[in-house]
Design a protein around this ligand. Sequence first.
Ligand code: FAD
Ligand code: MLT
Ligand code: ZN
Length: 490
Amino acid sequence: RNPSFTQVTEDHVKHLRSLLGSTGSLMSTLDGSASVDELVAYNDDWMNKYHGKSQVVVKPKSTEEVAAVMKYCNEQNIAVVPQGGNTGLVGGGVPIHDEVVLSLANMNQIRSFDPVSGIFVGDAGVILETADNFLADKGFIFPLDLGAKGSCQIGGNVATNAGGLRLLRYGSLHGTVLGLEVVLPDGTIWNGLRTLRKDNTGFDLKQLFIGSEGSLGVITGVSIMCPRRPKAMNVAVFSVESYEAVQAVFADAKDYLGEILSAFEFWDQQAYAVVRKHHEEHLGGERKVFENEGPFYCLIETGGSNAEHDEEKLGNFLEHVMTEGKVIDGVLAQDSAQFTGIWSLREGIPEACGKFGSVYKYDLSIPVGKMYEVVEKVRARVREAGLLKGDGSMSDPIRAFVGYGHMGDGNLHINIVAEEYRDEIEAAIEPYVYEVVSEYQGSISAEHGLGVMKAPHIHYSQDETSVKIMRDIKQLFDPKGLCNPYKYLP
Ligand code: FAD
Ligand code: MLT
Ligand code: ZN
């Protein structure tokens, strides 16, 4: 714990409460308004890997309330963790020690939507799925989709620069976000909530906050450009005989499907086995999709404006990959239930892994052709360490080792399911995995961010000059270092 940070007392809690509009906006064990158990959801992360000890959670209802809280905490030297839906996977959204949690959960209003430009403006605490459902009613789509959509918030998405399942089609939030409203660490409100597509008047300040993981301030409002929702959507899943074949199918998908391709995901046999096992043991029932399985699987989604046109394109593509023997087997969704069912094979991987133990997650950018080599190298490493025999019994210290990812974006995920988080297991994997990534000139964080997990390892992907510039920026915005401390930078 940084000794220069103030330890929060009941008097601080009383003052913080006076800054907030209504009761229920502050929960604290210090004044008895909450029990330790009630704060667990804010102190523990989604993986149950990181555990904070905060005694105070504030839930402002307006930008002005966020500003008042930040100003007071800055004056009092109280450290603060901005928290969205708490679905982050690098321990960035939970306290490390006793920092005050500033939850955006009560800032959940959609502010405006323009059906001509497709520009949506909302509070940071709007749940991603709520925003997308609102847009669906109007024939638009949020340009980001991910498995945590039911809990994560659009402010959290921007703070992490989340990538997700359709980045291939809609691009990064660095392109789609048009403006932000941010409360700076000293309580100043920066109103950068523009709705302009083009604006070359000086530094593009919003870009600094996209992916800043709460280190520079609290995002309170988001303006984002949303495309028309595709009228026709299709999804197909294939089993394939090698990683080379997955790449060949990917190349063909781009060639045959062109502008209607909206996602291309892949996973390995081990990931598929964990999802099926989860289905059988916890969701009730066998989940057999293919007559002929394979060592690899890929999922292709298309989205276009004309069903006939898309079907023709998809038909040509399917005929090509089947007759050329590029895939072993395949299933094309025939209705919306099958559409969701096929997606759940892929989206269900993180949840399924979590059901069988404690998960070490690696989120890497690697040149597409080399992605699976990295999985094999790291898998061989833990086998050599005697932690994985791989007989499928799940009795080893490492119960499962799976590779999957957003193939279309060169983003590989490795999930290592261990019987428990243990130093000996972590030491076998880290920093080895980061050294391998560095050898391939990849990135140790493609889309999940740095948080507390990867802050010490940033040098595997960024040189000293880059880290120095980042430190200078942090110093400029937050000279006291009170905003989400112990994370992001080493
Ligand atoms: P939190 O977890 O609450 O916070 C994450 C970070 O952002 C923290 O550092 C926090 O301090 C900061 N933060 C949050 N809100 C604000 C704010 N308003 N202002 C300033 N800082 C803030 N990620 C992907 O990129 N792609 C995926 O495909 C993907 N799939 C996922 C699937 C599952 C099942 C799960 C559990 C997670 C997945 N994630 C994925 C990770 C996670 O959902 C994203 O990082 C998401 O953007 C986090 O949003 P959140 O609201 O939960 O933020
Ligand atoms: C995913 O692609 O499923 C997400 O990034 C989450 C994860 O890997 O756990
Ligand atoms: Zn992902």
